[in-house]
Design a protein around this ligand. Structure first.
Ligand SMILES: Nc1ncnc2c1ncn2[C@@H]1O[C@H](COP(=O)(O)OP(=O)(O)OP(=O)(O)O)[C@@H](O)[C@H]1O
Ligand SMILES: [Mg+2]
Length: 282
């Protein structure tokens, strides 16, 4: 059966704002809760998302598609620099969720591709061609990108249909998400792509209750209807997933453990809001 994946990039040029966390959680909800065939493409040589998904794999039973720690022998770099067929670098995480991992070797790709293809459009097309056999096999593809503007972030913008912007809400500045959106607008013009902003997720990691509402209202003035209603607050469980992988523990009575349930609910809500926003473009 032929599919055409909807492709998402989660962006902000700042580091450590929650991009990878969002990719991990939304791809998990897409696969686990919505039963959609989902792929994560790790375009970040830090490989954080590859590692977290590998740990996630260990948290689930065989029936759920989990298992022992995987050895990512092949990575995206082997596909892009050494002609490995892309299917050979895809690893199953849980049922419906796969990853095309990255590691530090991906650092070399930047120099290489610029030498081989001096024109940026050619670089993006080259990457897209290499990955395109996967586009027909999935319902959803999420690109995890590094911070800052580079061939990695730009090629994700080139390939994606939708952008999810992370807004790190801060008392001082609400505008960090705008920088990304302004660059994106330039990019869409320059490279004639059809990328669209499908939502801005507010991450309020430093807010105290007293300023929460005010900060949200300020953000709404800037981002309007793009801003999601669901706010991601400081959340120790989410932080823990970074070292434990994503969990969904069951209590003795068979219910999902409280903090796992709450944390997953946040991203289910975000997922649903994004689905609604997409319909505005039809
Ligand atoms: N809501 C939250 N509460 C507490 N910690 C969080 C929350 N969201 C993310 N973190 C933690 O903050 C750190 C940075 O998050 P993440 O890796 O998602 O950011 P990033 O934007 O992908 O960073 P980079 O730019 O380096 O790729 C991680 O350790 C993550 O677990
Ligand atoms: Mg990241």
């Amino acid at each position: 059966m032929k599919k055409r994946a909807e492709k998402y990039v989660v962006g902000n040029f700042k580091g450590g704002v929650g991009k990878s966390t969002t990719v991990q959680m939304l791809s998990f909800e897409s696969a686990f809760s919505r039963n959609l065939k989902t792929l994560v493409v790790d375009l970040d040589m830090q490989g954080n998302t590859s590692d977290v998904l590998n740990l996630t794999h260990m948290n689930y039973s065989e029936e759920e598609g989990g298992g022992d720690l995987l050895n990512f022998e092949n990575t995206i770099n082997d596909v892009l620099m050494y002609n490995l067929p892309v299917e050979e670098a895809v690893y199953p995480i849980i049922n419906n969720l796969d990853v095309l991992p990255a590691n530090i070797s991906f650092e070399m790709f930047d120099d290489w591709v610029k030498k081989e293809y001096p024109e940026s459009t050619d670089q993006f097309r080259y990457i897209e061609n290499k990955l395109s056999p996967l586009f027909e096999k999935y319902d959803r593809i999420y690109f995890d990108v590094p911070p800052s503007i580079s061939v990695y972030t730009k090629s994700a913008m080139y390939m994606a249909d939708w952008v999810i912007v992370i807004l790190q809400t801060q008392v001082k500045s609400m505008r960090n998400g705008l920088q990304y959106m302004e660059y994106m607008e330039y990019f869409v013009d320059e490279f004639e792509t059809s990328l669209k902003v499908v939502g801005v997720i507010p991450f309020m990691l430093e807010a105290s209750d007293a300023v929460d509402k005010e900060m949200y209202a300020q953000a709404q003035q800037i981002y309007g209807e793009h801003l999601l209603n669901t706010v991601v607050l400081k959340n120790a469980r989410l932080k823990r997933y970074d070292g434990s992988g994503i969990t969904l523990e069951k209590t003795k009575t068979g219910k999902i453990e409280y903090w796992d349930r709450r944390t997953h609910q946040i991203f289910k809500d975000i997922y649903d809001e994004i689905e609604t926003h997409k319909t505005w473009f039809n």
